[in-house]
Design a protein. Structure first.
Length: 260
């Protein structure tokens, strides 16, 4: 016979332990929310630099929500840091490419960029692919690929070894699952590569002279303003070869660029 008097303390001990674990997990999240609200309060009090630094601390700790980048961009813009503002808006746009508020504020910030050149708009199928890409993160696409592959294998085995299950619906279902498995695999690879692609960045300093070669003594090619988005096509230990949206290319110190 079970001894219920011994079970009861054990039950309460387990319940207490689970409560403690949940409470500890909630503490960092509550702390993050408090600091986010504190930054919002600083922004509303027109303390833009302090607000921007608080947002940036949260970002540097690995909290990468779109709202956090967006608010950081607003604070840096108000603080007169155009490069930081453009960078924050670009990161927010990566997380939510169709957000009208992010697009609007980024366009306003770009108006302050000296020599800004607008990038060519994406064609419709590129926009569709980008929207599809943001349905899941790379891990989500990878998990979906594994699940669909197992479903595909199960369908093939049913069709092959169990003749009683063999019918056109199962066959066509296997074709559909196979196509989805391939799509998920492509999206998993593409999303992973996109998230780890750091070939573009924002210039964080003003009045930078791009050089014709990776040498400080080479001739000036053109000037790059703070907040300019550049594509990095080559690099040495100290210099990065950049290309602008209008096709101009030159070399500047990699220290001037904050990669997206």
């Amino acid at each position: 016979m079970l001894n219920y008097r011994n079970i009861k303390p054990v039950f309460f001990a387990i319940a207490w332990l689970l409560t403690a674990i949940v409470s500890q997990a909630q503490v960092p999240q509550n702390n993050q929310q408090q600091r986010f609200e504190q930054a919002n309060l600083l922004f509303n009090q027109s303390k833009y630099t302090e607000a921007a630094r608080t947002y940036q601390q949260l970002l540097d700790e690995g909290h990468t929500q779109k709202e956090l980048y967006f608010n950081a961009g607003n604070a840096w813009y108000k603080a007169g840091k155009t490069g930081q503002a453009v960078y924050s808006y670009e990161k927010a746009l990566q997380l939510s490419p169709n957000d009208p508020a992010v697009k609007h504020n980024l366009a306003i910030a770009n108006q302050k960029v000296n020599g800004f050149v607008e990038e060519l708009p994406l064609v419709f199928f590129q926009q569709w692919w980008l929207q599809l890409q943001h349905l899941h993160k790379a891990n989500g696409w990878a998990i979906g690929t594994v699940v669909l592959c197992w479903l595909l294998i199960a369908g093939i085995m049913l069709n092959t070894f169990l003749p009683g299950w063999r019918n056109k619906f199962l066959r066509w279902g296997s074709y559909v699952i196979g196509a989805l498995c391939l799509l998920y695999l492509l999206m998993a690879v593409d999303t992973y590569l996109s998230s780890n692609n750091h070939e573009s960045g924002i210039v964080m300093n003003s009045n930078i002279k791009a050089k014709s070669s990776p040498d400080e003594n080479s001739r000036d090619a053109f000037e790059v303003g703070e907040g300019m988005k550049v594509h990095i096509t080559d690099a040495t230990a100290d210099y990065c070869k950049i290309e602008l949206a209008d096709g101009k290319n030159g070399w500047i110190s990699c220290a001037y660029i904050k990669r997206l």
